[in-house]
Design a protein around this ligand. Sequence first.
Ligand code: ADP
Ligand code: MG
Length: 298
Amino acid sequence: MSTFIECENLVKIYKIADLEVVALQGLDLIVKESEMMALVGPSGSGKSSLMNILGGLDTPTAGRVRVGHYNLLELSRRDQTVYRRTEVGFVWQQTARNLLPYLTALENVELPMALNGVRRRERREYAMELLEGVGLADRVDHRPDRLSGGEQQRVAIAVGMANRPRLLLADEPTGEVDSEAAETIFKVLHDLRDSYGVTVIIVTHDVMVAREVDRVVGMRDGRTSTEILRRRDGERIISDEEFAILDRAGRLQLPEAYIEELGMEDRVLVRLRPDHIGVYPEKEDEEEDEASDEKVEA
Ligand code: ADP
Ligand code: MG
């Protein structure tokens, strides 16, 4: 599958008065077409900042970011609007933010199509198809307040898909629903990916999500730090392997737990072995002769 999203050394700095907050500090990420990826990481690690940039809702400060043939760093106002309306669908955590309260589920899904000038009949047909796809064929005439939180999020997913985007972004879509509803939401996203080939990125705290996605990318301090790849044999999951991400400058983020376990600090010894690289805590007596020429800043 071809590369669909490419972020390179992506930087986002928010300026509030005299204060600068670095939300993304040199993030690298590649996402393949039709991939379903989960983004995890502690609060404040930059997940939403990345999602807002990929959604065309915010512009990066520096670096490179490409989605399809759109270069998001140099998008004119007009292209940004086109991008948002045609290339990407967005689902927010807050159910109230996704849907208009006075429209039915069907009307909510039809609305983005109406704004894009899609004819009434085609609108209705496709909205019905999507609502069926998210398992809500029997709820199309309900307004949001007559739907459960999980159902509202599934309508929101259908709204996000209405303009046939190539990319669907969901920022903690299960944050306000119970675990059973969350499972249904993940499954629906998975099914949509399979039926329409849409690329899906989900921000989540939910470990259960791992069952539905191809890859889990961990973020820390404004960068991607780990990846869990799923190896499958048909439907069967063979193994989950966790990888650290090596950036172009050769930097690597070691898992915090490993660093603590070995009491590593400031400097470590790095040794090339026949088939691997060893990283060792710096020992007092070896400081001079061993650590002087090879060291990394972790
Ligand atoms: P996450 O979604 O992983 O919790 P965010 O991307 O929301 O992380 O935030 C990353 C950092 O950027 C945090 O320090 C946060 O306080 C800051 N931040 C996010 N949005 C804004 C904003 N609009 N203005 C100023 N700072 C922001
Ligand atoms: Mg967030």
